[in-house]
Design a protein around this ligand. Structure first.
Ligand code: GLY
Length: 393
């Protein structure tokens, strides 16, 4: 059995959200520990890394849009600081995004998204099919229209995770490479964890950042367990052969016969192709149907993709919440904070989540812009939910 240890803050979960929280907490002088058997290996390691505040806007998510835009605006400085501290280039690429529509029905759906973006005051430009192809000549000749969004960029999430791990280590974060098996509650307060190696970890404050598994920690009072669920995303990685020019110059998203797809080209030749969205529990099986659907739609949009080597097929689990928005800050149990439920936006929301949680952990106050995302928003007498789920475009 390992010895009893202690920290000011213990973070359950070493994915992108847990790591950024731990890093920022340690920078504020808090003795911080992360509990995760494989830190740096969360859902973000599967994700494409689009910073798609504008192009991934959905009806009913206007409050979330503000948070997404605020986090996207922080990215250049966040990346510069992280790169300097960790010595790792995280592949931040301010390349912009084109959203294409394959047929006339898809164009109607895209018009809906454009109207929503305009109502929200966002800078987007409608393009004809020809103008879209002028921007991205490898698009299929049949493409009927597009939206140019110069503010939606990308980062490489695997490099981001690697850099966050180094930054945490350099900031003095302690890593416990085991599972957190139970939350310790003393009186009416969270006071630490029991670990799968039999040891315990006492903590002044606990942050639950376990992604879609956040509610599984034993000892969580039922009214405090976050309402998160896994939303499976299958995603493929292709590679441009050395010496060949990239197929695409920017991120391309598309509506293809009513479904959505995205292709994210990296400067190192990787082309990420995603993603399914499946409500089937904690299953990370890659299925023939999932791969078929992605390749079929990508081929219709950019016929050249099927010539590329397919180097990886994986499935990740997004931590979905009832309103698709994250749960940030103090829970109903003193000493326990949540940083989970980021759903499609974990990578995008990393900078602002780290900042918000560090503020909460040091001052006890949830910053104004994070208040709509309090984990207590579904409790009687608390603010109304941040967003509603309606039609996804
Ligand atoms: N944000 C991309 C996805 O969730 O698939």
């Amino acid at each position: 059995m390992s010895a009893r240890r202690s920290a000011d803050v213990v973070v359950v979960g070493g994915g992108v959200i847990g790591l950024v929280t731990a890093w920022r907490a340690a920078q504020r002088g808090l003795r911080t520990a992360v509990v995760d058997p494989r830190p740096g290996d969360g859902a973000a390691g599967v994700a494409a890394g689009m910073l798609a505040a504008v192009t991934e806007l959905h009806h009913g998510e206007e409050a979330l849009l503000d948070l997404n835009l605020a986090s996207a605006a922080r990215y250049p400085e966040f990346v510069a600081e992280l790169t300097q501290l960790a010595g790792i280039d995280v592949g931040y690429r301010p390349c912009g995004t084109l959203v294409a529509a394959l047929d006339a029905d898809d164009r109607s759906l895209l018009r809906e998204l454009h109207a929503l973006q305009q109502r929200c005051g966002l800078a987007t430009q409608w393009l004809s099919g020809r103008e879209s192809r002028r921007l991205e000549p490898m698009l299929a000749p049949g493409v009927r229209g597009g939206l140019r969004v110069d503010g939606d960029h990308q980062v490489n999430p695997r490099l981001l995770l690697a850099a966050l791990l180094v930054a945490c280590e350099r900031a003095g974060v302690a890593f416990h490479r085991v599972w957190a098996t139970e939350l310790t509650v003393t009186g009416e307060r969270a006071t630490g964890l029991t670990l799968s190696d039999g040891g315990t970890l006492a903590a002044g404050q606990v942050v639950l950042a376990g992604g879609c598994r956040s509610a599984e920690l034993a000892g969580l009072p039922p009214d405090v367990a976050p309402p998160v669920r896994p939303v499976k995303g299958q995603i493929l990685r292709l590679r441009m052969p050395a010496g060949r020019p990239p197929l695409l110059s920017r991120t391309v998203r598309a509506v293809v016969r009513g479904g959505s797809i995205y292709l994210v080209p990296r400067t190192d030749g990787e082309l990420v192709l995603g993603a399914t969205s499946e409500e089937c529990g904690p299953d990370t099986t890659v299925t023939a149907g999932g791969v078929y659907q992605l390749l079929r739609d990508a081929h219709e949009l950019v016929p050249g993709v099927t010539e590329l080597p397919l180097v990886e097929c994986r499935a990740g689990l997004r931590p979905g919440s009832p309103d698709n928005a994250p749960l940030l800050g103090p829970s109903g149990l003193a000493g326990l904070h949540l940083a989970t439920g980021h759903h499609r936006n974990g990578v995008l929301l990393a900078p602002i989540t780290g900042e918000v949680l560090a503020e909460v952990l040091t001052s006890g106050e949830l910053p104004e812009h994070a208040r709509p995302f309090t984990p207590r928003r579904w409790s009687p007498g608390e603010p109304a939910p941040a967003a509603r789920e309606e039609v996804a475009v």
